[in-house]
Design a protein around this ligand. Structure first.
Ligand SMILES: [Zn+2]
Length: 418
């Protein structure tokens, strides 16, 4: 198994490891996680990586439309907008041109040296750890936004020539379920990120992007959690300080006779009843709407979308906020079988057990097996995500082939996958 993880980690085009099969990962991914970041970068670094070397046009500010096209409906985070402006100003004031290369919008050349000096000084001057995190996250995102502009497809985050969007088949997620992709800034706009697949398939309302350390995103997420209540929030993560429940433990006892009802169906029905009885009192209508909408609770599932090494800090931040708001632990669940075992019993490619999309697939599959939930089409929704993962792998592999890179390891396991 260890050999499988190591080789597949290298082979399967660097699909980012996450943390959903915990025991498995703890004992086998040392090699993977200890690998220098350049390992993944090298897999995708190519001559057509984003570069502004050939462009002499100064970069423009990021508009709301441009920001939201990357997969969010939030306003532009204030700190991100500020840093973008500062970088534009720096370019204007200095003799160096802003250049990017490689993965993740990494700055290059003389501009990088100047910007490094400036941002390090600013970071050092911040004495509050919260401010430091906000600055770190906003700068990472600002660089990625500017470095990926015009190079990556805004929907699938792949280089435009490898865009897979036309092949992704959208699917409705069960209306009472919502994923929250709590994403580390270093995973934002990564080609091999699989969390992005969730909103490609289910849409940005069913799968929400929440960037770690971006105050606006975290506020939106926690506001929703407070509205839903602690009983309707789960994080897929093993909480060492509290018992972690399986999906079955968490939902087998769930009692509800209205899982299939949609809010608008209930509301329409009640309005009809009201009309039938000639009760047009506005207060009655308001009360009916309030009660019925409130009765349709949303199940919020947090998927921590970051590397194993980053995820601990991300989880700690979630936990601290939960404690602050509810005075209680963040409810956690873990997958009992791994993502793929339930799904078509596929032989075991390691990414299938560890990537963020696979965690969502595993959750949907395990929830589907709970009797109260088995008529909601969750298995089909899991399949839709799995199909998108296949498409991503195919796109990444095709890219490697086109760049003349080896896919031997990938091919060796391809038969196992399909
Ligand atoms: Zn695309």
């Amino acid at each position: 198994m260890s050999i499988s993880v190591t080789s597949l980690t290298r082979a399967l085009t660097g699909l980012k490891c996450s943390k959903y099969t915990f025991q498995f990962l703890r004992t086998t991914t040392t090699t993977h996680m200890a690998a220098p970041p350049t390992t993944t970068a090298a897999l995708f670094l190519d001559s057509s990586s984003p570069s502004m070397e050939d462009s002499r046009r100064p970069p423009a500010s990021v508009s709301l439309e441009e920001w939201q096209a990357w997969g969010t409906d939030s306003p532009i985070p204030t700190h991100v907008a500020e840093i973008v402006e500062e970088m534009i100003d720096l370019e204007r004031e200095s003799d160096a041109q802003m250049k990017f290369g490689g993965l993740g919008g990494k700055l290059k050349g003389n501009f990088k040296a100047q910007e490094d000096k400036k941002h390090r000084a600013k970071y050092k001057a911040l004495d509050d750890s919260e401010q430091k995190l906000h600055f770190f996250s906003a700068r990472q995102i600002a660089c990625r936004l500017l470095g990926s502009r015009g190079y990556l497809c805004q929907k699938c985050w792949l280089p435009r020539e490898d865009c897979m969007c036309s092949r992704v088949v959208p699917c409705d997620l069960w209306h009472r379920m919502r994923f929250w992709l709590y994403m580390h800034p270093k995973d934002f706009l990564r080609q091999n990120n699989t969390g992005k697949l969730l909103w490609q398939v289910f849409g940005i309302n069913a799968s929400k992007l929440c960037l770690f350390g971006i105050a606006e995103h975290e506020e939106i997420m926690w506001k929703e959690f407070m509205h839903s209540g602690r009983n309707n929030v789960w994080c897929l993560y093993p909480n060492k300080n509290a018992p972690t429940k399986s999906v079955e433990d968490s939902f087998a006892g769930y009692i509800s006779n209205n899982l299939l009802y949609k809010p608008h169906q209930v509301i329409c029905f009640n309005l009809s009843v009201l009309a039938l009885h000639y009760i047009l009192d506005i207060i009655s209508i308001s009360i009916t709407l309030y009660v019925q909408t409130d009765a349709v609770e949303t199940f919020n599932f947090i998927l921590i979308d970051g590397t194993w090494s980053n995820s601990a800090a991300m989880f700690r931040r979630l936990k601290e906020r939960a404690d602050l708001i509810w005075g209680d632990d963040l409810p956690c669940i873990s997958l009992t079988t791994g993502a793929s075992a339930m799904h078509k019993l596929r032989p075991q490619p390691s990414w299938d057990r560890t990537c963020t999309a696979a965690a969502a697939i595993g959750l949907l599959d395990e929830l589907h097996l709970v009797s109260q939930f088995n008529s909601l089409g969750l298995d089909k929704q899991a399949e839709a995500v799995e199909n998108s993962v296949d498409l991503l792998l195919a796109s990444l592999t095709a890219r490697r082939l086109r760049m003349g890179r080896s896919i031997n390891r990938r091919q060796r396991h391809h038969n196992d996958i399909c």
